[in-house]
Design a protein around this ligand. Structure first.
Ligand code: 6PG
Length: 242
């Protein structure tokens, strides 16, 4: 695991955009395309804005990039709580990103049907029977230790077969909406996982995960252990200034 703490949210956005661009160029060179999984939440929005505009936008191989989402709230795609909408607004979207390369979760369906449908879409993308290994998967961290829409105690956490699962609306966190989420097996199949955390209220959970305290085993985020690389980029506020 690699960890980097940036002074503030702005530097976090720049470091993340720089990293994503580098990974994209490498993936396209090696495999001809770049599969990027976006996360919800506010922490990655600065990076998305930078990636959608010059100079980062010009360095991104958008024509070979495929965008997926790691979790979604079950609302129409143009809803104010949609992770898809938030990311697309921040990105622009880039003119040279083909519309068929954008793979939103079908969150306008109910969470079970939407999860099934997205699992099929992922299997089609990687080839049936293949282990889906996204090039780069972005994740956020909630103050309760959740990541994607894997909340502590969620039944989605015990999925060992499915790549995508429905998740009930969290009662303890807003927005109280049912979700669709990547499961741990799919997250852990990624070539690279990048956590982005910004803002206050996460310092305790960050500390527990970084030091592997006994409490950390209750946090879904602590169970992210990909086949490939695991990187945490955090702003100083989210670490409590440590
Ligand atoms: C969501 C997210 C969620 C998010 C974290 C962190 O749909 O809400 O995918 O897992 O990434 O809650 O959110 P912030 O970046 O806003 O702190």
């Amino acid at each position: 695991m690699k960890v980097q703490v940036l002074a503030d949210k702005e530097s976090l956005g720049r470091a993340a955009a720089e990293f994503i661009c580098g990974q994209a160029q490498e993936a396209v060179e090696q495999r001809g395309r770049f599969s990027l999984v976006l996360s919800g939440g506010s922490s990655p929005l600065g990076a998305y804005r930078l990636l959608g505009s010059p100079p980062f936008g010009e360095r991104m191989p958008w024509a070979q990039t495929h965008l997926f989402w790691g979790d979604e709230r079950c609302v129409p795609l143009d809803h104010g709580e949609s992770n898809y909408r938030a990311a697309m607004e921040a990105l622009g979207p880039p003119a040279d990103l083909p519309v068929e390369n954008i793979h939103p979760m079908p969150a306008y369906l109910d969470s079970l049907e939407g999860a099934f449908k997205y699992q099929f879409e992922i299997e089609d993308f990687f080839g049936r029977g293949e282990r889906p290994a996204f090039d780069l998967l972005l994740l956020g961290l909630g103050p309760d230790g959740h990541t994607a829409s894997l909340f502590p105690g969620s039944p989605a956490l015990s999925q060992t077969e499915a790549w995508v699962a429905p998740a009930p609306a969290p009662a303890h966190l807003e927005p109280h909406l049912p979700r669709i989420t990547f499961t741990l097996p799919l997250i852990n199949s990624a070539r690279t996982v990048l956590f982005l955390t910004a803002g206050e209220g996460k310092a305790d959970v960050v500390h527990d995960i970084m030091y592997g305290t006994p409490r950390s085993r209750f946090y879904p985020a602590a169970r992210v252990d990909p086949q490939g690389e695991l990187i945490w980029l955090m702003d100083a506020a989210s670490t409590g200034g440590v």
